[in-house]
Design a binder for this molecule. Structure first.
Ligand code: G3H
Ligand code: 13P
Ligand code: NA
Ligand code: ZN
Length: 328
């Protein structure tokens, strides 16, 4: 059944686990995630970006998720708007039946210009007022996702901005987080601790120097009743990247967030872990392999079944590693 994010994450906090939030755009992604959740008895967060809503269309998004809850009535599912760029985006999601919305006021509505604290707190507070009246949860974001190596905000996905930022400008400030939660009453807060969106997070295997796990604890201590969210949490598995390249792809050497680092994050208060890139890589590796090895095939199902299996493998792995398994 469809549930709010607050309900899922309160349970995760009480039982010290994390919940992966997978981005979905289509039937195959929804099926892969739900099958992995069934296998591992895990609660699910399906998140939908603005791009996904326009790709599939509002009715398809809504009915894909309703089909999932009808097929697996025993699995709690949260339908979440990822990176809502304005109150209007969040309200339209709520009208379409989303049980949770992210009001990302860390950037202005164009998603390119940095926002000041007052703008961010203002739009987020406005969404919380409306959403909480009808039991919908709200995630906010404070800080700038981006690379501590280069000082670049993560512009690739249109979620960051120009120029080079200092370490302190990139990281979420714990006292500011406290003031933000006090002002907005958000259920969950996305924080910047050195992760960034997309496949190109780190040129070398990340260590404690590029991800600041200690900052999570400092933030959590200030806002113990607000659930911490880690965006840009794909691990960019090397085997998937190598398989893509083996079958004609060109993805240069790159690293994501190691699963062990996410596990440390969960120990320090992270409850929602956003993952999109890893499912994209799994899909692409599987489709390229079939296309490369079975050139006479043209039935889409011969490509999409292995793609689903590869995505399901990633999801199963995350449900188990994050401790979500067994909590549906
Ligand atoms: O944060 C971004 C997510 O990976 C969604 O990406 O906007 O291309 O759908 P998208
Ligand atoms: P990745 O690009 O690391 O998968 O992050 C996805 C994300 O944060 C969606 O909001
Ligand atoms: Na989100
Ligand atoms: Zn994100």
């Amino acid at each position: 059944s469809l549930v709010s994010m607050r309900l899922l994450l309160d349970h995760a906090a009480e039982n010290n686990y994390g919940v992966p939030a997978f981005n979905v755009n289509n039937l195959e992604q929804v099926l892969s995630i739900m099958k992995a959740a069934e296998e591992t008895e895990s609660p699910v967060i399906l998140q939908v970006s603005r791009g996904a809503r326009s790709y599939a269309g509002e009715n398809f998004v809504r009915h894909l998720i309703l089909a999932a809850t009808e097929t697996w009535p025993q699995i709690p599912v949260c339908l979440h708007q990822d990176h809502g760029n304005s109150p209007a985006t969040c309200y339209s999601a709520i009208r379409f039946g989303f049980t949770s919305v992210m009001m990302d006021g860390s950037l202005r509505e164009d998603a390119k210009t940095p926002a000041d604290f007052d703008y961010n707190a203002g739009v987020t507070r406005e969404v919380v007022r409306v959403a909480h009246k009808i039991g919908v949860s709200v995630e906010g974001e404070l800080g700038c996702l981006g690379s501590l190596e280069t000082g670049k905000g993560d512009k690739e996905d249109g979620h960051g901005f120009e120029g080079t930022l200092s370490r302190e400008q990139l990281l979420t400030d714990p006292s500011e987080a406290e003031a933000f939660v006090h002002a907005t009453r958000v259920d969950a807060l996305a924080v910047a601790i050195g992760t960034s969106h997309g496949a190109y997070k780190f040129k070398q295997k990340p260590t404690g120097d590029v991800l600041v796990i200690s900052r999570i604890k400092e933030i959590h201590d200030k806002i113990p009743n607000t659930h911490i969210v880690m965006h840009g949490s794909s691990s960019v598995p090397e085997d998937l990247r190598l398989k893509i390249n083996q079958f004609g792809g060109e993805i240069p050497e790159t690293y994501g967030v190691p699963v062990e680092e996410i596990q440390k994050g969960i120990k320090n208060g992270v409850r929602k872990i956003n993952i999109d890139t890893d499912l994209r890589l799994a899909w692409t590796a599987a489709v390229r392999e079939v296309m490369g090895t079975k050139p006479s095939e043209f039935d889409p199902r011969t490509f999409l079944k292995p793609a689903m299996k590869a995505m399901q493998d990633v999801c199963r792995d995350r449900f188990v590693s994050f401790g979500t398994a067994g909590h549906a």
